[in-house]
Write a protein that binds this ligand. Structure first.
Ligand code: NDP
Length: 281
């Protein structure tokens, strides 16, 4: 039997804890955690993400400032907006939604966000801290993978995790987070030889590729725990990288898409916000 991991319950537990932490800050008169999210232009995916962040803030009692800038905003104007938010003591978290219009450097934007307000862990200071210490702010999707594994497996130490995908925002930060838990980590990518042989050696397989239904029963060993990060549109619906039907009965547990990793990411963004706020309030 393959257990479908109940990510909704994990998200609910984190949310309940955050509600209490926000209430403590508010009731002691310390202030209310406030997220400033910047959207440049009108990318529909980003507009949707902004709306879901607002709902997430409301659900824990945090505040959100929505800053919508026109498509023709210059890089300098955006950087100035970020610097103003860095200096604003009533703002505890800053997030700039991607993609950005052509001509604006994502790298410069990431570097401009004060690391202590960088709720999605994009500033190189946080990337370095996550890689080299137990501190720093990690990006929310990789954090979601770790949170799901912690909630689902008795012990992570010593297990072999195979990650498929090495992007800067997903695959690479997952490596660091799982290493911190003393897992043995292997990362694969489009140039990996004998991919299936590598993935079959994993106690845990994390698929973060963006190729619908790629990972089937031939990629995993009996009893593996399979975490699906992929979200692609395929045949008119949101589909993961894992062919859940084919791994049923072979994996010990797995996440589904939708209803898996994505359910937790916004909640963990809230957790990063609350942690940033708690440090200063
Ligand atoms: P990228 O396209 O940046 O990276 C994909 C990675 O997969 C690359 O490392 C690439 O290798 C590797 N890859 C591509 N094809 C193969 C293959 N045939 N075999 C092995 N490896 C392969 O994607 P992202 O990391 O940004 O996103 C990955 C998936 O996760 C997407 O579906 C995305 O939508 C989803 N996602 C989900 C989130 C959530 O909250 N649920 C948040 C963010 C992303 P190489 O480096 O060699 O090119």
């Amino acid at each position: 039997m393959t257990e479908i991991i109940d990510v909704k319950s994990i998200a609910q537990r984190v949310r309940e804890d955050l509600k209490v932490r926000v209430a403590v800050l508010r009731d002691r008169g310390k202030g209310i955690p406030t997220l400033a999210t910047i959207l440049v232009g009108n990318d529909p995916g980003s507009e949707y993400y902004m709306a879901s962040q607002k709902k997430a803030c409301d659900s824990i009692g945090a505040e959100m400032l929505k800053l919508v800038l026109p498509e023709d905003t210059s890089e300098e104007e955006l950087l100035r907006t970020i610097r103003d938010l860095n200096d604003d003591g009533s703002v505890h978290g800053i997030m700039v939604l991607l993609p950005l219009p052509k001509g604006i450097s994502e790298g410069k934007v990431a570097m401009a966000i004060d690391p202590s307000k960088d709720v999605d862990g994009v500033n190189p200071v946080n990337i370095g801290l996550v890689a080299s210490t137990s501190g720093g702010v990690a990006p929310c999707t990789p954090e979601s993978v770790l949170e799901i594994l912690k909630a689902s497996l008795k012990e992570l130490k010593g297990l072999h995790a195979v990650i498929v995908g090495r992007s800067n925002i997903v695959g690479k930060p997952i490596i660091q987070l799982l290493l911190r838990e003393h897992m043995t980590v292997t990362v694969c990518h489009s140039r990996t030889s004998d991919l299936k042989e590598v993935t079959r050696s994993g106690d845990v397989v994390v698929a973060a590729v963006g190729k619908p239904l790629m990972v089937d029963d031939t990629y995993i060993r009996e009893g593996a725990c399979v975490i699906d990060v992929g979200t692609s549109e395929f045949e008119g619906r949101i589909t993961g990288d894992v062919d859940l039907e084919k791994i049923m009965g072979k994996a010990s547990m797995a996440t589904k898409v939708p209803g898996g990793v994505g359910m937790l990411t916004t909640v963990l963004l809230m957790r990063n916000l609350v942690e940033c706020a708690e440090k200063v309030l």
